[in-house]
Structure formats: structure tokens, C-alpha cells
Design a protein around this ligand. Structure first.
Ligand SMILES: [Zn+2]
Length: 474
């Protein structure tokens, strides 16, 4: 059996980015049909490399599964390390294994700079997992390339969380005592049927299966930094990879396992052997669960991922019920005792305004910068050659407002809203969305300079007498 880099180093240090990529190359070389997927280079110039493994069972349409590890570098190293074990197992499957009907892309070292520099960030000091609205970093663009080109149906994003938070919770005398946590993509723009299935069908099975193996498992609760904070699930915005994946047409999940204090005494480096075992157990449960539900997942996605239901632009967390409490295990640092403490339960998602999904958008100013943005995100557009009269509304100025007839100047960009990423496009372009590019200074500046929004949502309800001929030549 080909030893993983951690096994080869006898768990005395973390694997380097070069060792991880080299291991993937070994697996690719000995697995029929498997190949490396080069994804460019990190901000610090390190190679970004994934492994693609075809389904062994050729009789059925494979379920496409994307597995991502260590977006947070050396700070959360175990997810990526465990994915090397998983890759070894998956490349050695017998053709009659239920998991053989899955096609895999495994990207275990999504932030090689962070791994090499002992950081959670990349070489430009950016947290990759906050960059999925603008895609400013090569690492986030690499992950988006996998979403667009592999078009996964299922995604797992593997993280860890420090149980001892020196600068926050530890000052109040406690550390967290969570074991395995899973969350699902929860952006309100994701079609409701997909969110429901992930939350009410898959998540409970994942948690029950991990628990059956003797490990406490719960739905992810956002990082506890203070005993007086409220409890919510994971972030709702598209800046997180999990939600970008969900808005790209996949059922996407977060896995998080606890990480032991860095400077404790352990049999392996930073207790990495135990951390990898925790990750690997949960990753195996995940693969087994989606493999068994392959047909149901494929039917669900075929029916709903192109949904044109109204698009919810924003959401926030609210109190579950007046005075509702969530009880969580917390470890007292002084004596190591685990206690159950109560937090205000704010795990209810409160939806904001919704809009009908427009047929297309018109970008009527700042075309060069906006064209770059669209290209970066892989959204096709065309340039209008002559002015046209269209029926639309200014995107985000008044989400519920009445559309009106307006002139679209020549040189405007026409951006069709279609395909499995239609809803993502709308969330990025609508100024009223909580995942809008206009929520970031670079683009917010354009809005205020214009005085009014310059992106028009075309509602495609042509008033009588206005044919399409005036703009079709574009
Ligand atoms: Zn993380």
C-alpha cells in the first residue's frame, strides 16, 4: 500500500504541498483513467493540483463528487491529509462497491501557501473562504473552475476548528467540546427543494451515522467565541465556498472536526494522527451516504437545480422562539470538566425580499470593469451594438418596484440569466442582495458615482409595439 506522506513521516510533521501533490501523482499513475487536474498557482506561486478519479462502475451515470480539504492551510491541516487516505481507498475500489458509481475530484490542498507558511491564509494574507463573491484570489478561482468545469452534484468542504481559542473564549475560562459537525449550503437563493433535501434528508443521516460510530455529531454551530453570544448555523452568504457551490447547482456540505490545542503534548505532531482519524471517519460516512442515494440525488438535481422560483436576495438569523435556548457542551479549562451551557438560540433563518428571476441583465455603464468581473466568474455576455428600448428595472434600487420602459445605450453588456448558475449571477448583480458585488468597495464606488444603479434587470415582458429587432443584432 502506498504510504501517505504523513505515514511516511511517521506523523512527526505535516505533509508539505509538494508531498501532497506528489502523492496524487502516484495515485493517478497507478489508477486506470485517473488524472491530475492542474489548476494554476497560488498567490505564493505554489502549484494547485486536484486528482480526478473516474467511476469504476461504467453501467450507471456516475454521481460527480468534489472533495476539498484544508482551505485554511496548516491551521486546519487534517481535512486535506485525510483526503489522501480517502483518495487511496477510492482509487482502489472494486467495481461492485456502491462507491464505485461515483466520479471523484479530490482537491486536498486547496491552500498550499497556508500549509507551507503555517497559516490559515494564503501568501497574500487572504482568507480564501471569504472570497467567493469577488474571486480575487487564484485559490478561490481554482475552486470555482472545479465547480464550473467538473459541475459536481455533491461537494464536501472539510475544515477543522480550534477547541482552545486563546484570544476569545479561553479568556472566559472555557474551550469548545464539539466533536464532528456537518452543515449544508444554506444561502436563501438556492432552490428551496435542494436546501430542504440537504437539511432534512441528508444531514440527519450523516449525523446519525457518525453518532452510531460513537462520536458525538451535531449540525454545525457557528464558532463560539464568547459565552454570551447567540448560537446560529453557518454563514448564509455566497462568500463561503459551501454556498457558492450550492448556488452553482450542487448539494454542498461543510465538515468540521475539532482541533486540539497546538502546544499540548501528543503522541503525534499537534495530535495530527487523531485529527486525521476524526476527519477520515466523517469523510467515509459522507461518501457512503451519498453513494447510497445516488439515484435520488440525481433525480432531485435534474428536477430543481434550474429552478426559476422567486429569488430570495438576503436572509439573516433570528430567534427560534422567544427566549429559546440551545444547550451546548463546553469544557472548563481549569479542571477539564465538560458542562452544558445555554446560548440564545438564533438558528432560525429569516428570509428577506424576493424577486422574480429576470430573463437577463443589462450593464449600461462601467462596461470594462464589469466585463472583467463576468469573465472572471465565467458568465457569458454580449455587447449591444445599437441602443435598444427595453422593459426592466434598476437591479437592487427597489427590488419590489415596478419595471419601466428604458433605453439601453449602445455598448451595454447583455448578460443572459440561464443555466444552473443563473441564481448565482442574479445574487452577484442585484445591489439589494446580501451577496452582491456591490457590497464590496471596488464595486460600491461605481454605484455611488453613478448616483443610480447601472445594472438593469430585463423582465422580458415586452410592452406592445416594441419588437426585439432593435437589439437582436447585438
Ligand atoms: Zn476552516
Amino acid at each position: 500500500m502506498l504510504a501517505t506522506p504523513l505515514e511516511a513521516a511517521d506523523y512527526t510533521r505535516l505533509s508539505t504541498p509538494e508531498e501532497m501533490a506528489g502523492y496524487l501523482a502516484h495515485l493517478a499513475a497507478r489508477t486506470p483513467g485517473a488524472e491530475l487536474w492542474p489548476l494554476g498557482h497560488s498567490a505564493g506561486g505554489r502549484a494547485l493540483t486536484a486528482l480526478r478519479v473516474p467511476a469504476r462502475d461504467a453501467r450507471v451515470p456516475p454521481l460527480r463528487v468534489l472533495l476539498v480539504g484544508s482551505q485554511h492551510g496548516a491551521s486546519e491541516a487534517a481535512g486535506g491529509e485525510a483526503l489522501l487516505w480517502l483518495a487511496r481507498e477510492l482509487t482502489a475500489l472494486a467495481a461492485d462497491d456502491v462507491r464505485a458509481s461515483l466520479e471523484f475530484v479530490i482537491f486536498p490542498d486547496a491552500n498550499p501557501d497556508g500549509r507551507a507558511l503555517d497559516s490559515a491564509r494564503n501568501a497574500d494574507e487572504v482568507n480564501i473562504n471569504r472570497d467567493f463573491v469577488l474571486l480575487t484570489q487564484p485559490e478561490s478561482r481554482a475552486l470555482d473552475t472545479l465547480l464550473r468545469e467538473f459541475t459536481p452534484e455533491v461537494v464536501l468542504d472539510a475544515h477543522e476548528s480550534a477547541s482552545l481559542k486563546q484570544k476569545s473564549l479561553a479568556r472566559e475560562g472555557y474551550m469548545t467540546a464539539f466533536e464532528t459537525q456537518f452543515d449544508c449550503a444554506n444561502n436563501p437563493g438556492i432552490p428551496a427543494a435542494l436546501r430542504r433535501y440537504a437539511e432534512h434528508e441528508l444531514l440527519p443521516v450523516l449525523l446519525a451515522r457518525v453518532a452510531a460510530a460513537g462520536v458525538a455529531a451535531q449540525r454545525y454551530v457557528r464558532e463560539i467565541l464568547s459565552l454570551s453570544q447567540v448560537a446560529t448555523h453557518g454563514g448564509l452568504g455566497a462568500r463561503k465556498f459551501r454556498n457558492r457551490a450550492g448556488l452553482s447547482g450542487a448539494l454542498a456540505f461543510l465538515l468540521e472536526t475539532p482541533m486540539d490545542p497546538k502546544h499540548g503534548r501528543y503522541p503525534s505532531y499537534r495530535n495530527i494522527a487523531v485529527r486525521v482519524a476524526r476527519q477520515l471517519q466523517a469523510q467515509r460516512v459522507f461518501i457512503a451516504t451519498v453513494a447510497e442515494r445516488r439515484v435520488a440525488v440525481q433525480r432531485l438535481l435534474a428536477a430543481h437545480r434550474m429552478s426559476v422560483e422567486p429569488l430570495i436576495l438576503s436572509a439573516c438569523y433570528g430567534e427560534r422562539a422567544p427566549g429559546a435556548l440551545l444547550h451546548l457542551p463546553m469544557r472548563r479549562i481549569a479542571d477539564g470538566e465538560v458542562q452544558t451551557l445555554a446560548f440564545a438560540d438564533h438558528r432560525r433563518v429569516v428570509d428577506g425580499a424576493a424577486i422574480p428571476l429576470p430573463a437577463s441583465y443589462w450593464v449600461t455603464a462601467h462596461q470594462a470593469g464589469m466585463a472583467r468581473l463576468l469573465e472572471q466568474h465565467g458568465f457569458p455576455y454580449e455587447v449591444l451594438r445599437a441602443a435598444a428600448v427595453r422593459h426592466g428595472r434598476v437591479a437592487g434600487q427597489s427590488p419590489g418596484g415596478e419595471p419601466r420602459t428604458m433605453t439601453v445605450p449602445a455598448g451595454s453588456l447583455h448578460v443572459p440569466v440561464r443555466g444552473p448558475r443563473a441564481r448565482l449571477l442574479a445574487l452577484l448583480l442585484e445591489a439589494g442582495s446580501s451577496s452582491s458585488v456591490f457590497g464590496y468597495p471596488t464595486f460600491a464606488r461605481l454605484l455611488s458615482a453613478a448616483g443610480e444603479g447601472f445594472v438593469l434587470a430585463d423582465v422580458a415582458q415586452m410592452p406592445s409595439g416594441l419588437g426585439d429587432s432593435r437589439w437582436l443584432e447585438a
